[in-house]
Structures are given as C-alpha cells and as structure tokens.
Design a protein around this ligand. Structure first.
Ligand code: ADP
Length: 308
C-alpha cells in the first residue's frame, strides 16, 4: 500500500489559539479521503498546510513524499487545489481560464488547448468554452474550478468543501466527476459539511473536532461501530421518557434525547418500536430508519451550535 499523504503530530497555532492540535492521518494512494468536523474543527487549516498555503508549527507532513515547506514548487506541480472561494477570472472565457492557468506550469500552448478541451469534456462544460465565466451558474463555476485544478494532471487533488452552496443536481454532477477522477487513479482529499457527500464519496475519513482527530475509518464501519444498523426516532413527553429509561434491557440502545425527540440505536428499529409499545412506552413515531454518518457525526461532536 502506498501512501499519498502522511501527517503525524501536525500542529498549527494562530497566536494563543491552537487550530490544529497534534493531528495524525494517512491517505492511501488512489483513495478518496474525507476531513469532517463542525465549524472551527481545523479542517481548512489542515488543508492549507497540505497544499503549501500555510506553514505548520509542529509535526511531520509528507505529501506525495514531499515536505510542503521544504519543496513547495515541486509539490505544486503534482497536486491540484480547489479552494472554497471561486478564484476564477470572471472576465475571461471558460477556456481562457484554463489556458492562463496552464502557463503557470509552463505547459506549451498547443498542449494546453488539448488538455483544456479534454477537461471541459470531463466537467461537461465543452459547450460553454467560449463564454465569459461571469455568465456561468454557481455549479458550472465550481466544475470549471475543478477542471482548472486538473490542468497540470495532478496525482492528488485537494478540495475544500467542493459542493457547498450548490443545488442537489449540481452536487450530483460534481460527485460523479470526482468519482470519475478516482476511477482514473487520482487521489482525492476533501473537506465537507455534508454527511451524505462523505458517505457517497469517501473510502475513508477522519472526524475532527477542536483541532483533534476524534475518529478514523470507513464510513460504513464508523456507522456500524458508533451507532448500529438502524435508528428509531420518537417524540415523547417526560413521563414516557421516564418509562423508557426504566426499561432494564435498553442500556445498549444509546439513547439520545434532544428536546422531545428521543433516538434509539439498534439492529431493528421497527422491532424496537414494537417492544417499547408492548412495555407501555408511548410517543409519536418520527422515523424508523437506517443509521447514517450524520448520526455518527452528531454523537461524536454533539448537537450544540458552533458559531466559530
Ligand atoms: P474548519 O475548516 O474546520 O471550519 P478552520 O481550520 O477554518 O476550521 O479553523 C480552525 C480554528 O482556527 C478556528 O478556531 C478558526 O477561528 C481559527 N483560524 C483559522 N484561520 C485563522 C486565521 N487566519 N487567523 C486566526 N485564526 C484562524
């Protein structure tokens, strides 16, 4: 197994604030790896250290075998970066944005045109090649930004919240394009706030909070280990909740209470519901559903708002 990124004891401070506090992870070559966490967890800061945008204050970092601080030029030639902000040149056309970017890598003009056309096919923007970027929708701009990050044929692409602000259709198109990249052997590292996105795309991920990695694993394994197969959601008052808590054999059900919403985890949510009713626990059924990565996330990082 070859390793694309190795971070060990990674630290970043902003004055007295420790944004990244001893983070360890490994990204394997060819996989899609996710950095998840609430606002302020340290995801973007970690990304910035990986892509040579921010020096670290401690720990070891090797990206494609290169220390980003020691040899940023060599590394920048081999990676692609898709930032949160749209940084396209709005007055240039779609194709011109790619050609201008290709010059940074000293790619000859003829070759840049070939690559540009290929990439516009890849992100389904070939029919917009001659149009000014300012006339594109948000989803199209994001796809163009991804295309631009691929101009230098990177082995590793780093994406910070690649689908934030996109409508469901545009998100699905971006996901499909990212899967295509992965099929072609490109290693992907992405941050996201969308748990369904992480479940759809990531082979493995870390959940970060307060600058630490709190869990690492495959999405399905994390769901199984942290929650279980299914979740039962009921709305109930304090009397029913008291009856529920008094039931002797529910200790393993990981009861979570948020206002009048009570969640129980188990292998069979419908069966659990029947058992509760038989035991005299009332309440209004909200859902009996498959456990998701969102359940894992909320259990690990809590439900309190992070205003950052
Ligand atoms: P995330 O991407 O997970 O939302 P960030 O990496 O952006 O988290 O931020 C981690 C912490 O570092 C936060 O507390 C944030 O306020 C702080 N931080 C990030 N960038 C800066 C900066 N340039 N100056 C000062 N503090 C920063």
């Amino acid at each position: 197994m070859s390793v694309a990124v190795r971070a060990a004891g990674l630290v970043k401070r902003y004055g007295p604030r420790v944004a990244v506090d001893g983070v360890d992870f490994e990204v394997r070559t060819g996989e899609c790896f996710g950095l998840l966490g609430p606002n302020g967890a340290g995801k973007s800061t970690t990304m910035r250290m990986l892509c040579c945008l921010s020096p670290r204050d401690g720990g070891e970092l090797a990206v494609l075998g290169i220390d980003p601080e020691r040899d940023p030029r060599a590394l920048k030639h081999r990676i692609g970066v898709v930032g949160q902000e749209i940084t396209l040149d709005l007055e240039l056309t779609v194709r011109e944005n790619l050609l201008v970017y290709a010059r940074y890598f000293a790619i000859p003009a003829a070759e840049a045109r070939v690559r540009g056309d290929e990439l516009l096919e890849l992100v389904a923007l070939a029919d917009r090649a001659g149009e000014a970027v300012e006339r594109l929708s948000g989803g199209m701009k994001r796809r163009l930004q991804i295309a631009r990050a691929l101009v230098n044929r990177p082995e590793l692409v780093l994406l910070d919240e690649p689908t934030t602000g996109l409508d469901p259709q545009a998100r699905h198109v971006v996901w499909e394009r990212l899967r295509e990249l992965r099929r072609r052997g490109v290693t992907l590292v992405l941050t996201t706030h969308y748990m369904d996105e992480a479940e759809q795309l990531c082979d493995r991920l870390v959940v970060m909070d307060h600058g630490h990695v709190v869990r690492e694993g495959r999405p399905a394994d994390l769901v199984r280990a942290e929650v279980g197969r299914e979740v039962l959601e009921l709305r109930m008052g304090p009397d029913d909740l008291a009856r529920l808590r008094a039931l002797p054999d529910l200790a393993g059900a990981g009861i979570q209470v948020e206002g009048d919403l009570v969640q129980l985890a188990g292998d069979d949510a419908e069966g659990l519901h029947a058992r509760l009713r038989a035991a005299g626990v009332g309440g209004e059924l909200q859902a009996a559903r498959r456990a998701t990565l969102e359940d894992v996330f909320l259990r690990l990082t809590g439900r309190r708002l992070r205003e950052d």
